[in-house]
Design a protein around this ligand. Structure first.
Ligand code: ADP
Ligand code: MG
Length: 692
C-alpha cells in the first residue's frame, strides 16, 4: 500500500484530530481521498472591474485604495460593524465587515487592496459586505484567480479545506493518484495526473480547468467501465448448476391470456439461461409499468419447480409482496406449486413456521420483503432468485439473497427505464431482456395537468367514473424519501394525507366509499385495505406513494395526483402506471400545485408522452443523475467528478478505451495496467457483491 492510501489526513499539515473527524464525515480519510475531494464548483475571481462599472447583484473583484480610516461601531450586544471607503479614480465603494473587529488593525489607509464579493447598495453608491480582501501585492491567493468551492460540513471552512488540499497536493507531488495506463492517456489526449490534480483544485485559468477536468472524468468513467467489464468477464467463467429442460406448455395454457411477443421472448431468454447456459442466469428484465413482468417471473419459477428446485421472489414493500402472493398463487398454485410468504410483519410463530417449510423443501416458491435476507432463513434447494423493482434495493441486498443458494440463477426486474448509456454502466454486468410491448387492448392514459380552478370539474369526473363502476386513486404529496418499509412516511405528510382523506370522505364525497392507505399503517391493515380496494369494496383510495410501485388493480381508471410538482417525472410515470392496466379507458390528473415554470414544463412532458424511456431521459435532463436515481437506488459507486448525463461524450470514449484494454489484458495482469488493476479491486470491495 502506498502513502496515498496509508497516510491518514490527520497527519496532513494543519489538519489534526478534530478536523480529521470533520473530514471523515465527508468520506475523506486518506491522502488519496483528500486530493480526490474535488470542488463542488468554482468562483471566478479573475474579472477585475472599475468601481464605476459595478452592477448591483453581481460578484466582482475591484482593486482600490482605502480612503477613510476604518471605523468600528457596536450596534448592539455582540454585533460590531467595521466600515470604510475604498476608491479607484473618481468612484468609491463602501466596505463593511460584520463582527471582525480585529481586521481594523490590518487595514491601512492609503494602501491598495483587492476586494472580491457581491455588489450591494444602489446605483452610484455600491457597497460590499464581508468581501474577500487581500493586499494588492498578495493578490493571486484568494482574489484574482479561480477559486475552488468545496462541499463543507460543520467544523470546516472553505479556506481550511483549500489549505488542507494544498498541503495534500504538496505531499503527493512525487506521486499523484494515477490509474491510467500510459498508452490510454496518450491515445486519448489527456493531461498528466499532476496537471489534472493541481488544476482541478487551483486552476490557472478556465482552459486549464477544462483540460484537468476532462482527464479526471475520463479516468473515473474508464475505471468504472473497466471494473464492469472485468466483472462480466469473470461471471462468464463461472459455471452454474443448470436445470433440466422442461415443457412450459402447461404453464402457458393455464394463463388467462396469451403472452405478448415480447413476454414470450423474455421467457425464452430467461428459461434458456437457466437450462442451456453454461453459467447461472444473471439477467435484467426491463419493461415499462404494466408491461407484464410478473408473468415472466412466474414462468421462471415454474421452470425451477419442474426441476424440483426452489425459488425466492423479493419485493420492496409488503403491499407488493402481498399482491404477488395473490397473483402468483393463482397462476402457480393451480399447477400444484406451494407458494408461501415471509415478511417482517408476520408473528414470530408464523415466521418460524414459514422458515421451517422453506428449509424442509415443502415450499416451492417464497415471496417476501427484505425479511427474506434475514440470517435465519434457510432454503433446502434454492435455484432462482428474483427481485422485483430492483431500483428499490441496494445491490448488496440482492446479493445477500443469492448467498442463500449455491450460485442460483438471478433475475432482476425493473420498470425504471434507464437511458441506454446509463444502463450500460449500471447494469453492464447483466444480460438484458426488454419488454417493449404492452398487453393488447391497453389504451393510452390521457393525462391532464390542471390548476385549482378545475377542482370542481375533476370532482364531478370522479363521481361520473365511479358511477360507471370504476375506481380512483388520489395520491397526496410526500416530501423527501420514497416510503418503503424502511423509510415510512414522515409524520407531517401522514397528517396531511389523513386529514385530506377525512375531508374527502366527510365533506366532498360523503356518498362514496373512501379508503386510505399510507406507510405508517400496520401491515395487516394495509393488506386489508389493498385487498378490499382490489375487490372493488371501495371507490376511492387516498394514498401516499406506498402505492407507487407495482400495485395492480385493473379496474382503477383514474389517478389523481395532488401537488404533482413535488414528484419526479419517473415517479409520476410509476404512479400513472397504476391505471390503464385493464380494458377501461383511463386517465391521470395532475394538480399543478404551487410549482414554478420548470414544474409546469415537467408536467407538460407527462401530458405529451406515455413512453417511460422518453420520460426518463427528460427527467435525467431536468434533474441530473443524482436526483434521478435518488440516494442509493442504483448500486453504483458514488461519482466524484463525472456527471454521467453531462459527460456522455467522455463516457463513450472511456468505455471504448476500457474495452480495448480488457480485450488485450482480460485479467489486468500486465504491469502497465497494475495501477488500474489495484484500483478496480478497491472498487470491487463495494461492487463485488454483484458477482455472486
Ligand atoms: P408490471 O410489468 O408493471 O409488473 P404486471 O406484471 O403487474 O406488470 O402486469 C400488469 C397487468 O397486466 C396484470 O393485471 C397482468 O395480469 C396483466 N397482463 C400481463 N400480461 C398480459 C397479457 N399478455 N395479456 C393481458 N394481460 C396481461
Ligand atoms: Mg410489477
Amino acid at each position: 500500500m502506498d502513502e496515498l492510501d496509508s497516510l491518514n489526513v490527520r497527519y496532513i499539515k494543519g489538519v489534526g484530530e478534530a478536523r480529521a473527524k470533520s473530514f471523515e464525515k465527508l468520506g475523506v480519510r486518506t491522502l488519496r481521498d483528500l486530493v480526490s475531494y474535488f470542488p463542488r464548483t468554482y468562483e471566478d475571481r479573475t474579472v477585475f472591474k472599475d468601481i464605476g462599472s459595478l452592477i448591483v447583484g453581481e460578484n466582482a473583484c475591484v482593486c482600490a485604495v482605502v480612503a477613510t480610516q476604518p471605523r468600528l461601531s457596536h450596534i448592539r450586544k455582540g454585533m460590531d460593524l467595521l466600515k470604510f471607503k475604498a476608491v479607484d479614480g473618481a468612484d468609491s465603494l463602501d466596505v463593511t465587515f460584520f463582527n471582525q473587529p480585529y481586521k481594523r488593525d490590518s487595514i491601512h489607509i492609503g494602501e491598495t487592496y483587492v476586494f472580491y464579493g457581491r455588489v450591494g447598495g444602489r446605483i452610484g453608491r455600491p457597497e460590499m459586505v464581508n468581501p474577500v480582501m487581500e493586499r494588492e501585492q498578495d493578490s493571486g491567493r484568494t482574489t484574482g484567480r479561480i477559486m475552488p468551492i468545496y462541499r463543507l460540513t460543520s467544523g470546516l471552512t472553505q479556506n481550511f479545506v483549500a489549505k488542507a488540499v494544498r498541503s495534500g497536493l504538496d505531499a503527493c507531488r512525487e506521486q499523484y493518484p494515477d490509474i491510467l495506463p500510459a498508452r490510454v492517456r496518450e491515445e486519448s489526449n489527456l493531461c498528466s495526473a499532476g496537471f489534472a490534480y493541481e488544476n482541478v483544485h487551483f486552476p490557472k485559468d478556465t482552459g486549464s480547468l477544462e483540460i484537468a477536468r476532462r482527464r479526471l472524468v475520463f479516468e473515473e468513467l474508464f475505471a468504472l467501465s473497466a471494473a464492469m467489464r472485468l466483472m462480466r468477464g469473470r461471471r462468464m467463467e463461472q459455471s452454474g448448476i443448470m436445470l433440466p429442460e422442461c415443457d412450459m406448455g402447461p404453464f402457458f395454457r393455464s394463463l388467462p391470456f396469451e403472452l405478448t411477443g415480447a413476454q414470450r421472448r423474455a421467457v425464452d431468454e430467461a428459461v434458456s439461461d437457466m437450462t442451456k447456459g453454461e453459467r447461472p442466469m444473471s439477467r435484467l428484465l426491463q419493461g415499462d409499468v404494466g408491461s407484464g413482468k410478473t408473468v415472466v417471473a412466474a414462468a421462471c419459477c415454474y421452470a425451477a419447480w419442474r426441476a424440483g428446485r426452489q425459488s425466492a421472489f423479493m419485493a420492496p414493500t409488503e403491499i407488493l409482496a402481498d399482491q404477488h402472493l395473490r397473483s402468483l398463487t393463482s397462476m402457480l398454485g393451480a399447477l400444484g406449486m406451494n407458494v408461501d410468504i415471509l415478511k417482517g410483519s408476520m408473528t414470530a410463530k408464523q415466521k418460524r413456521e414459514a422458515r421451517a417449510r422453506l428449509s424442509s423443501g415443502e415450499t416451492d416458491l417464497v415471496i417476501g420483503t427484505h425479511a427474506l435476507i434475514s440470517e435465519d432463513v434457510e432454503f433446502s434447494d434454492l435455484a432462482l432468485v428474483i427481485t422485483d423493482e430492483q431500483h428499490r434495493f441496494g445491490v448488496d441486498q440482492r446479493s445477500e439473497l443469492t448467498k442463500k443458494g449455491d450460485r442460483p440463477h438471478v433475475l432482476v426486474m425493473s420498470a425504471t427505464p434507464i437511458p441506454r448509456t446509463l444502463a450500460l454502466i449500471i447494469y453492464g454486468d447483466l444480460d438484458v431482456s426488454i419488454i417493449d410491448e404492452l398487453p393488447p387492448g391497453r389504451q393510452k392514459v390521457d393525462t391532464f395537468a390542471v390548476g385549482e380552478d378545475m377542482r370542481e370539474r375533476i370532482n364531478n369526473f370522479i363521481r361520473k367514473l365511479v358511477a360507471e363502476g370504476r375506481q380512483v386513486y388520489i395520491v397526496c404529496p410526500m416530501v423527501g424519501e420514497a416510503d418503503t418499509e424502511q423509510a415510512p412516511d414522515a409524520p407531517e405528510n401522514l397528517k396531511a394525507a389523513e386529514e385530506y382523506a377525512k375531508k374527502l370522505r366527510d365533506e366532498v364525497f360523503p356518498d362514496l366509499r373512501v379508503a386510505i392507505i399510507h406507510g405508517k399503517m400496520k401491515p395487516l391493515a394495509k393488506d386489508e385495505t389493498m385487498k378490499a380496494f382490489a375487490a372493488g369494496e371501495s371507490d376511492i383510495l387516498v394514498a401516499t406513494t406506498v402505492i407507487e410501485v407495482g400495485v395492480d388493480v385493473p379496474n382503477a381508471a383514474l389517478m389523481v395526483v395532488e401537488n404533482a410538482d413535488r414528484f419526479g417525472l419517473s415517479q409520476l410515470h410509476q404512479l400513472r402506471g397504476r391505471v390503464g392496466r385493464g380494458k377501461h379507458k383511463s386517465y391521470c390528473v395532475l394538480f399543478e400545485g404551487s410549482g414554478g415554470d420548470t414544474a409546469k414544463e415537467r408536467l407538460k412532458v407527462m401530458c405529451e408522452t406515455n413512453d417511460g424511456f422518453k420520460i426518463a431521459e427528460e427527467d435525467l435532463r431536468l434533474r441530473g443523475p443524482g436526483d434521478f436515481f435518488g440516494s442509493r437506488q442504483h448500486g453504483l459507486p458514488e461519482m466524484h467528478i463525472a456527471d454521467i448525463a453531462g459527460d456522455m461524450d467522455v463516457l463513450k470514449q472511456a468505455q471504448e478505451a476500457a474495452k480495448r484494454v480488457l480485450e488485450e489484458d482480460p485479467e489486468l495482469t500486465d504491469p502497465e495496467n497494475s495501477k488500474l488493476s489495484q484500483h478496480v479491486e478497491r472498487m470491487f470491495s463495494g461492487l463485488a457483491s454483484r458477482l455472486n
